[in-house]
Design a binder for this molecule. Sequence first.
Ligand SMILES: Nc1ncnc2c1ncn2[C@@H]1O[C@H](COP(=O)(O)OP(=O)(O)OP(=O)(O)O)[C@@H](O)[C@H]1O
Length: 486
Amino acid sequence: MQYSSGAHGIYDVLRFFSNLMCIMEALGKKRKGLEILQLSRNSLKQLTIWSHLSLESSSRHKKKCKEDDIKEVSSSKNVFQGIVTAPPCRSTCQPARGLKRKIGCIDAATQMGRKKKIDQDYELGEIIGKGKFGSVTLCRNKVSGEQFACKTLRKGEELVYQEVEIMQHLSGHPGIVTLRAVYEDAESFYLVMEFCSGGRLLDQMAREGNYSEHRAANILKELVLVIKYCHEMGVIHRDIKPENILLTSSGRMKLADFGLAARVSNGQSLAGVVGSPAYVAPEVLIGDYSEKVDIWSAGVLLHALLVGMLPFQGDSVEAIFQAIKKVNLDFETGVWESVSQPARNLIAGMLTRDVSARLTADEVLRHPWLLFYTEQILETSTFKSKTRNRVKLTSKQLTAITGVESERNKTIAGSFLSDDSCLNSSSDSSSRRSEEQECGLVDALAVAISRVRISEPKRSRLCSPTSPIRQQCSSNMKLNNLCTAF
Ligand SMILES: Nc1ncnc2c1ncn2[C@@H]1O[C@H](COP(=O)(O)OP(=O)(O)OP(=O)(O)O)[C@@H](O)[C@H]1O
């Protein structure tokens, strides 16, 4: 088996991470050059990650992501150009292209931690999770007494080096499990991470069943913000699913498990068939894909949150794949009757097989349904008023939802001042009344969606052969934090 993804980048990371001996070992396992990952049919069969057939099923199959028989693919489309090489880290971590800039900065801090063994600084406790390359244990800082989770990754598989590198690259964002320190010995890496005591989103979903639209929208927003950040940082997660979304004690979600994540640069697409069957995008199965696969997987999750079942099911992995490629989802009948039209519209936009028509992270974040439930723009006196069967959406609110201020909004606002079909003035329950009003408002948004032009899907910077990846910090992160993440 051989594969490569940015050998030069990993080389540089290892140079900082390890002593010379480790570097030589690592180099022996890497291929240089620009390559694309492809899987043979045989290795596809080995790829069983978690193919749950229903959310009730808690059986969890271990994923196998061996990317066998990888071939270099050259194409006139220039689909895979190799990892961007950045200048070495500067003392002040000036903005620069590529991953190495930040990795270089982090390394300086990490090297110090690596002079010691992990057990000099941390007390390892009980096992809290098991993965394919090692286990996750509780650990406690010997000085501060603070609790962390320690993921032990046995060296050897290329993916392990990649996971360490990507975790370092992304750590610092509030929606990603924070990496506190990295240690290593001859056999393993030890990633000391913040401990997410709230468990996995999957377990919460199994416990609680369907989520209200309000709750689902807020989960989706947090997730898509993280996905957007990953994409801006040149990383595709490739395994978005509720098992990999952890919760903190306060209920905030943190994206974890970058074991299948891949780095991409401008103009690149990937071909390695990896992911979890039920969440995998159709183009992954074809073997030519980009960052939009994460949007598909997030759409699958939204589907599961709202109606408690996965959109594409089957008795075998092959059957699930067939469903992903062929089944046309029906959002009109059955369980969908109790879900608002805008929610259905958003899921349909995320689960579009035509990749260029599928929503981007930005478009998901701008979707009226998401804005409605997450921006609290409709918590106005109108919404809270005692008026039972009159639902108002002002032109100002429409502008907030659509981002477009226009005379037309005034017309649209006027056109759905009320939606009695969803309201029941005879109901004497105030909570029911409130739900009904909400229902009317959300469905009214369907009208807005159909009338407001959403801009053409942009060729994201990851797909554009001409625009370089720009390092960006989200608004709540300072550039410096990126460089001193642990
Ligand atoms: N920071 C954390 N805080 C709390 N629990 C964690 C943390 N990281 C991981 N875990 C637990 O350990 C399990 C395995 O972790 P993770 O998914 O990162 O490992 P993995 O080797 O990639 O596993 P898999 O083979 O399922 O991909 C998680 O499902 C979770 O239950």
